[in-house]
Design a binder for this molecule. Structure first.
Ligand code: ZN
Ligand code: FE
Length: 258
């Protein structure tokens, strides 16, 4: 079965390489920069077979053109966004078939961070770009809180052991916010230790799992009384629904300097 390699880019981006098959084939997910991808492909002697993009931001697509100058690759991306050189425009429910890796991924529409953001899921893997982060979620640049909330609920409905591959290494900062929202959440404290050790060794904190995210991610815990109460204290009014709680903590996080 496929394995997934991480390629760090810029300050805190991850470009993911899904690797497998007889030819050591690689699918490149969200290549914001071609340089580190080419370097990783050569170092591991991999043959790239496709590029998958989750959304149009430059730190996720900026390396597409440079990769195509070297390798003839099909480019997949959301139909609702403009992705450079995209030949396969994807909508919710579509499938991406990568025969070289015997890989079939399903496409989920998950708007919120951007209007057309998509995720790829299958074989226990989830590539969710800037929608779900470990212990956090993406900022609402184009979508509404209701859209983002619905998108996160869709992702969290996938099997609990799904490995979550996010677009950025934001986990430590997200956990600092999570610990303010839920000071009594022991899973947050324990995971802070793990993350600190991983980062001290220069290792990624990803992939996460949906099981872990359900325990530590305040944006997935908006129905938990302690999270609702923290949001109510922050905003100074009573909150009736999980969406209202989500809306408050998303705005709270925007202004949070941990
Ligand atoms: Zn983005
Ligand atoms: Fe990003």
């Amino acid at each position: 079965m496929a394995t997934v390699l991480h390629v760090p880019a810029f300050e805190d981006n991850y470009i993911w390489l899904v690797v497998g098959g007889k030819m050591n084939s690689a699918v490149v997910v969200d290549p914001g920069d071609e340089g580190p991808v080419i370097e990783a492909l050569e170092r591991h002697r991999l043959t790239p077979v496709a590029i998958l993009c989750t959304h149009h931001h430059n730190d996720h697509v900026g390396g597409v053109a440079g990769l195509l100058e070297r390798y003839p690759l099909p480019v997949y991306g959301p139909a609702a966004e403009s992705i450079p050189h995209c030949q396969h425009s994807l909508r919710d429910g579509d499938h991406v078939d990568i025969p070289a890796l015997s890989l079939q991924l399903s496409v989920l529409d998950i708007p919120g961070h951007t209007r057309g953001h998509i995720a790829y899921s299958g074989h226990g893997l989830l590539f969710c770009g800037d929608t779900l982060f470990s212990a956090g979620c993406g900022r609402l640049f184009e979508g509404t809180p209701a859209q983002m909330f619905a998108s996160l609920m869709r992702l969290v409905a996938l099997p609990e052991d799904t490995a979550v591959y996010c677009g950025h290494e934001y986990t430590a900062a997200n956990l600092r916010f999570a610990a303010v929202v839920e000071p009594d959440n022991r899973d947050v404290r324990v995971h802070q230790q793990t993350v600190q050790q991983l980062r001290a060794r220069g290792q990624p904190t990803l992939p996460s799992t949906l099981a872990l995210e359900k325990r530590i991610n305040p944006f997935l815990r908006t129905s938990v009384p302690s999270v609702r109460q923290a949001a109510e204290r922050h905003t100074g009014r009573t909150l009736e629904t999980a969406l209202e709680v989500f809306t408050v903590i998303r705005r709270w996080k925007d202004d949070f300097r941990g």
